[in-house]
Design a protein around this ligand. Structure first.
Ligand SMILES: [Zn+2]
Length: 240
C-alpha cells in the first residue's frame, strides 16, 4: 500500500473531490443490494433480479413487492458512518475537500458531517407523496404496512431514490460535473466504475492526480496516478 504517496498528494491538493460507490458503505454494514438474490413471485411464477425489483416499472406495477424488497435490502436505519466517511468529512473541514459525489443512497456522508454531497441516486432518508409531494422520513416508510400512503391525501409515497429506468436529477449531475472539472485531485473509492454514470463523469476530470482506491481492479486503473487495492475506510483513515 502506497500510503506515503497518497499523503503527499493530499498535502499538495486544495481542491479534492471524492467519488464513491457501494464499497464505501460496506464497512458500515450495508451490502450492495445488487449482490442479493432476487425475489421469487409466486403469482407470476418468476424470479426478479435485484435491478428489476428497484425499477420504475416494478414500483408502478407491484408497489407492495417493491416495498418489501426495498425495506429489506435498501434501508439500514442503524448503519453508522465508518472511518472512511469520517476522514472525508475531516478533509472538508480542513478546506481540502470541496465535494463528494456518491452513488450511495444511505446519507452516511452527511451523517459523518460532510456538507457538499451530490447524491447521484437520491436518498432513502427522503420520501415524497406522488400526488401532493408531502415529505416523509425513513421511519415513516419502515413503520408503514404494505404500501406507504400519504396521511394527507392518500397518494402513494415514493422514495427520493433514482430507480432503474429513471433519469438522474439534472441539477445534481451538473453540480457533480462542475466539481469534478474544477478539482485538482479526484479520489475514486469503493466503486468498480461499471455502473452508469460513474465512468462518464470521471472523464470531466482534468486535474493533476487521479487516485483509485478499490479492493479489486477497475477499468480506470491504467489512467490513475495512484492505485491502492484495499478497503477505502482503512486507507482514508490512515492518511487523514
Ligand atoms: Zn399526499
Amino acid at each position: 500500500m502506497n500510503l506515503d504517496k497518497l499523503k503527499e498528494i493530499i498535502d499538495n491538493s486544495n481542491n479534492i473531490v471524492f467519488f464513491g460507490g457501494a464499497g464505501m458503505s460496506t464497512e458500515s454494514g450495508i451490502p450492495d443490494f445488487r449482490s442479493s438474490n432476487g425475489l421469487f413471485n409466486e403469482k407470476l411464477n418468476m424470479t426478479f433480479t435485484p435491478e428489476q425489483l428497484v425499477s420504475h416499472t416494478f414500483f408502478i406495477r407491484y408497489p407492495e413487492d417493491f416495498y418489501s424488497f426495498y425495506k429489506d435490502k435498501l434501508i439500514y436505519p442503524n448503519a453508522k458512518p465508518n472511518a472512511g466517511h469520517l476522514a472525508l468529512a475531516k478533509l472538508e473541514e480542513m478546506g481540502k475537500l470541496k465535494a463528494i459525489v456518491t452513488q450511495n443512497i444511505d446519507g452516511l456522508h452527511q451523517a459523518a458531517g460532510s456538507k457538499n454531497v451530490f447524491e447521484l441516486h437520491g436518498s432513502v432518508l427522503r420520501n415524497y407523496c406522488t400526488k401532493c409531494h408531502a415529505f416523509y422520513d425513513e421511519k415513516f416508510i419502515l413503520q408503514s404496512e404494505g404500501i406507504p400512503t400519504c396521511t394527507k391525501c392518500g397518494g402513494k409515497v415514493k422514495p427520493d431514490v433514482v430507480l432503474y429506468e429513471e433519469g438522474l436529477d439534472e441539477d445534481i449531475i451538473n453540480g457533480a460535473v462542475k466539481a469534478i472539472a474544477a478539482a485538482d485531485t479526484l479520489i475514486i473509492g469503493g466503486t468498480s466504475l461499471v455502473v452508469y454514470p460513474a465512468a462518464g463523469l470521471i472523464n470531466y476530470f482534468s486535474g493533476k492526480n487521479l487516485v483509485l482506491i478499490n479492493k479489486s481492479t477497475t477499468s480506470a486503473d491504467s489512467k490513475a496516478n495512484l492505485v491502492i487495492h484495499d478497503s477505502i475506510g482503512k486507507v482514508l483513515s490512515l492518511v487523514v
